[in-house]
Design a protein around this ligand. Structure first.
Ligand code: SIN
Ligand code: FE2
Length: 217
């Protein structure tokens, strides 16, 4: 899938695609920082390694995860929550690098959410076959703050649904550098990612990396 092919399939500006009130895809928004972002992710994962967490029901998640920032999203037999330390090391999560913070704030601003200062960044690594089933992001305190989601590496199909689990989702192909922002009336929309197709990305290798920024605390 190439960017040109996708641009032909969108209406209006190929760089900005409204999904619904409060939700927008900013095509290629992170591209200018791709090298810096991937280097920062390598530093984060050297300090807090990717791991497959367990759902509260005991299932191993197919997506490998870690975090940076003051709060990190974790799941285990005790449930979903934010933690200020990495349960593998009992150390604080790595600090959120400025390049990540600034990208997330700028994307939120572009999408109409001024003054977004995330304190949590979940780093998701999808390898071939990894997927994320439909869910809401609802472990944060303040739902007036949006979610900013950055895609790097292999392409994936993001599914974006409604406020109820059974609302039929739309399929949104996300490419390296694309950023999705959802907030306001869209903040609690169900969303997920279909199983990743195998492939190799020139910079990221055989995976997709997703950065999901939140205001958690
Ligand atoms: C998430 O909902 O945490 C991840 C979304 C994505 O990988 O695009
Ligand atoms: Fe999510």
């Amino acid at each position: 899938m190439t960017r040109d092919l996708f641009a032909d399939a969108t209406q209006g500006s190929p760089l900005r695609e409204d999904l619904c009130p409060g939700a927008v895809v900013l095509r290629g928004f992170a591209l200018a920082k791709e090298t810096h972002l991937l280097a920062s992710i390598n530093e984060i994962t050297a300090a807090a390694m990717f791991r497959h967490m367990l759902t509260p029901g005991g299932f191993r998640m197919s997506v490998a995860m870690t975090n940076c920032g003051g709060y990190g999203w974790v799941t285990d037999g005790k449930g979903y929550r934010y933690a200020t330390t990495d349960p593998l090391s009992d150390q604080p999560w790595p600090a959120m690098p400025d390049v990540l913070l600034q990208l997330a704030s700028a994307a939120a601003k572009d999408a109409g959410f001024a003054d977004f200062t995330p304190d949590a960044c979940l780093v998701n690594r999808y390898e071939a076959g990894a997927r994320m089933s439909l869910h809401q992001d609802r472990n944060e305190r303040d739902f007036t703050q949006p979610i900013v989601s950055v895609s790097l590496g292999l392409p994936a199909i993001f599914i974006f649904g409604g406020m109820r689990r059974n609302d039929k989702p739309v399929r949104v192909p996300l490419l390296h550098g694309d950023v999705v922002v959802w907030g306001g009336p869209a903040r609690l929309r169900y969303h997920g990612v279909l199983a990743l197709k195998p492939g190799r990305h020139a910079l990221a290798g055989e995976c997709r990396i997703n950065l999901t920024f939140r205001r958690a605390g």
